[in-house]
Design a binder for this molecule. Structure first.
Ligand code: C2E
Ligand code: MG
Ligand code: MG
Length: 460
């Protein structure tokens, strides 16, 4: 036997080959410790690691994130009846259906045999997790066709939210799995939040949202009018249009309880347009009967930022025949102060149409006074909180006085909201406030009652 003597070059090549093999094996080991070989999805360890990473950034940037845990209902039966090979094909198909339910930046992982989990790394609100959960549930209901067989499945889904249901990856994942189990052990084919409070809150909001969508066509929305008075003559000079939702089961729902939701969902755009059109037509009819009066219509941020807002407003004026000088649009301070230059341009466009703009709830936001000076508005509406406490708190009277003086020096009209007592009215008279609105005179009234007031005021 002759010992083959290897050259130096041959030895180097061999070592390099070995190194490469070790590298490949390490890579494979790494893969095995982080990924599931059947589905190629991150395994439990890597998934938890990713949750931890997202928790860190959610904490830093103040995001809400969600962990969604999914268990396939009665999966054991599939394996028992059709065998493991077919079961594996189904699991692969499930993993691709799940990936299709989320954004590329969201992670899907396989937690154990028939359990998967997803991270929604950044959501705007709790209901967004419900949207994804529902997507998952319905994608699982579609029949799986394997080897010509049709297999029906369903999934149980548990949801946890950071930060309310857990502050670290382990807790969030564990609690999501507990929430999933609660569904699996009862009905299956549904989702559940870990916290029951969250279940109640989300289901209430979703119910509210779906009835809000139908409210307009079902004629449940009404516009009430609250009269505004000139302080010196104490005559009605106009009114504010205020929306009311009269729900068939829950009765009157305050705008404070549905405007924010309408704003979030974008429903404020059609609802607000309806208020505007209704208020313009009603005011035109009243002017024809009782003489000139101005109507204030509230515009929320979303409406104000709508691209065709100016068009919507001018169409409402044309269709109703109302002269634009009788329409005043109310913007809150935060709407007006958002995107300063854009706001000035839009208000100027309104002004060119002959429409006036007021700043509502003045004093509660953080107006920059130098910016206010440049806003082409005509009226400041002092927030009711200052008026209410004027009688108890000298500082509030001083604030009201300062707002009135400042407004006058900017040649703006001032109206005080929330005037509830004669004392309020007297102080405001002394401070030379121009106009008032509040329960002392009248609450917001339905059309027929407001009309009675106009009749009386015409006689008087
Ligand atoms: P706002 O525009 O500041 O309207 C004034 C609110 O003060 C009204 O509440 C009115 O009923 C209430 N109010 C008037 N006088 C008094 C008083 O003497 N005492 C007390 N305690 N309250 C008084 P409302 O009707 O509940 O409306 C609340 C808010 O909802 C409005 O505040 C406005 O921001 C919003 N809103 C109402 N209607 C609409 C609408 O059609 N579109 C939009 N975007 N927002 C609306
Ligand atoms: Mg208002
Ligand atoms: Mg107000």
């Amino acid at each position: 036997m002759t010992d083959e003597i290897k050259t130096k070059e041959e030895l180097i090549a061999e070592v390099q080959q070995l190194r490469f093999k070790v590298f490949e094996m390490e890579k494979h080991l790494e893969y095995l410790s982080h990924f599931d070989t059947l589905t190629d999805l991150p395994n439990r360890a890597l998934f938890i690691d990713r949750v931890e990473q997202y928790v860190t950034s959610a904490r830093r940037y103040g995001f809400i994130m969600a962990v969604i845990f999914l268990g396939v209902d009665r999966f054991k039966m599939i394996n028992q009846s059709f065998g493991h090979d077919l079961g594996d094909i189904v699991l692969k198909e499930i993993s691709s259906r799940l990936a299709a339910c989320v954004r590329d930046s969201d992670t899907v992982g396989r937690m154990s045999g028939d359990e998967f989990a997803l991270i929604l790394s950044k959501i705007a609100k709790e209901e967004d997790a419900v949207i994804v959960a529902n997507k998952i549930i319905s994608s699982m209901r579609k029949a799986f066709i394997v080897d010509g067989r049709e297999i029906s499945l369903s999934a149980s889904v548990g949801i946890t939210l950071y930060p309310s249901d857990g502050k670290d990856a382990d807790t969030l994942t564990r609690n999501a799995s507990t929430a999933m189990r609660r569904v699996k052990e009862t009905t299956g084919d549904n989702y559940n939040f870990f916290t029951s409070m969250m279940n109640d809150m989300v289901s209430k909001r979703l119910t509210l949202e779906s009835s809000l969508r139908k409210a307009l066509e079902r004629d449940e929305m009404h516009v009430f009018y609250q009269p505004q008075f000139d302080v010196s003559s104490q005559r009605v000079i106009g009114m504010e249009a205020l929306i009311r939702w009269i729900h068939p089961e829950h009765g009157m729902i305050s705008p404070l309880n549905f405007i924010p939701l309408a704003e979030e969902t974008g429903l404020i755009v059609p609802i607000g347009e309806w208020v505007l059109r209704t208020a313009c037509s009603q005011t035109k009819a009243w002017i024809d009967e009782y003489g000139p009066m101005r109507v204030g219509v509230n515009l929320s941020m979303r409406q104000f930022k709508e691209k065709n807002m100016i068009d919507t407003v001018s169409r409402a004026l044309i269709d109703s025949g109302l002269d634009s000088k009788y329409l005043e649009l109310e913007l809150t301070e935060s709407t007006a102060m958002h995107d300063a230059d854009g706001t000035i341009a839009v208000i100027n466009e309104l002004k060119n149409l002959g429409i006036t703009v007021s700043i509502d709830d003045f004093g509660t936001g953080y107006s920059s006074l130098s910016y206010l000076k440049n806003l082409p508005i005509s009226t400041l509406k002092i927030d009711q909180s200052f008026i209410k406490s004027m009688t108890e708190n000298k500082n509030d009277t001083a604030i009201v006085k300062a707002i009135i003086n400042m407004a006058h020096s900017l040649t703006l009209n001032v109206i005080a909201e929330g005037v509830e007592t004669e004392q309020h009215l007297n102080i405001l008279g002394d401070l030379k406030c121009d106009e008032v609105q509040g329960y002392f005179f009248s609450k917001p009234l339905p059309v027929a009652e407001f009309e009675k007031l106009l009749k009386m005021s015409k006689k008087g």
